[in-house]
Design a protein around this ligand. Sequence first.
Ligand SMILES: Cc1cc2nc3c(=O)[nH]c(=O)nc-3n(C[C@H](O)[C@H](O)[C@H](O)COP(=O)(O)OP(=O)(O)OC[C@H]3O[C@@H](n4cnc5c(N)ncnc54)[C@H](O)[C@@H]3O)c2cc1C
Length: 402
Amino acid sequence: MDLSFPPEAESFRDRVKVFLTENLPANWKGTGALSLADAKAFANEWREILLRNGLIGVSWPKEYGGAGLSFLEQVILSEEFVKAGVPMGAPTDVFGFQMLGNTLIAHGTQYQKQYFLPRILSGEDRWCQGYSEPNSGSDLASLSTRAQLEGDEWVINGQKTWTSAAHLANWMFLLARTDPEVPKHKGISFLLVPLDQPGVEIRPIRMLSGESEFNEVFFTDARTDGINIVGEPGQGWNIAMTLLGFERGETAATLPVRFRVEFDRLVELARETGANKNPLIRERLAWCYCRLEVMRYMGLSALTAFVSKKQPGPEASISKLYWSEYHKVITELAIDILGPRALCLSGRPPSSSFQTDDTGALNSTASWGVTFLNARAGTIYAGTSEIQKNILAELVLGMPKG
Ligand SMILES: Cc1cc2nc3c(=O)[nH]c(=O)nc-3n(C[C@H](O)[C@H](O)[C@H](O)COP(=O)(O)OP(=O)(O)OC[C@H]3O[C@@H](n4cnc5c(N)ncnc54)[C@H](O)[C@@H]3O)c2cc1C
């Protein structure tokens, strides 16, 4: 089996390395080495540099402002950025690019592609994801937010919760029930809704760490244009699953590199603190290393599927389950290595679910504590570990339901 990338992909890697050398300051150590304020300022400037150099939305077609590169080249770009400790864009870009943009390219109307994609690229539109509701998380298809077509507008009533970055966004893609009479999966539609309107109220949720990363969002006769539906009415479930496939598939391909950078930093920390002399710690590090190697092969397998344009299937759940459970273990090891110093939570912000620049967050010892807390969330968002196991049992292994 040949696990190397083709030569044209490697020459693209060389171009990326030259770009990074030319555009980053000398002695650059990654955003994790910056203060919170400096890291935020850097992220904004960096996004502008990427935009000017056509390095945002690289795999999107040129007609919508993308660079028309292959998915493989996008992964290489992402790998080199992770190693350099720089983000692929602004923190909220993951919703606009990885999730909605790719979904619109697959299922959007010509108008939706021409109108929304350039605005995602420019940063004029910032998106968030309105799936979960207070009574519908794992059982998402039971959602009760309603949308009705009145004249040429959809009118929306209901509530979303745990909406990451809604306070930073001006649009939400959401799932709403448009037909309560049909079976639950068939009565859902996928709508694009502007947030800056009187019928929308966004309330931040304060987390244990003191940060407010996600929100409750209330809709009271909120409106969106009739043309802002992706797919046909009632097709929303399929569109929503395509979107989750993009989220999980791309993550599976790029995450092993990010985790390797993190692991190397932990080994460095173990050396600095002398913990590497403890055989039990060395054994736990070896366990993490072995898992990382498995993850690397799973990432290559996901990449192969993506490059051959196979839609990610239920096996994407293996990757989600594997990396999120791994991350809990390695961050626990980091806490054990740090000892009481891990209690200090100040320093860089959490390496949250939606931040693309979180690899750098591990440069300072203080941020391991915050990353430890966030790793717990990894087994909940994008489908909990129990739900991934159900999917694997029923859809991959063919075991009976329940
Ligand atoms: C950091 C973070 C960011 C998030 N961002 C967003 C966002 O931007 N947009 C969005 O829409 N949502 C977001 N979410 C919400 C997330 O998708 C839900 O929390 C998740 O789907 C679980 O739903 P729930 O919280 O309602 O838990 P529940 O579904 O109530 O589950 C509670 C517990 O029961 C278990 N359980 C439930 N059903 C079963 C079953 N059938 N078999 C076995 N066990 C079961 C679950 O595994 C879990 O342990 C975010 C969550 C987190 C933690």
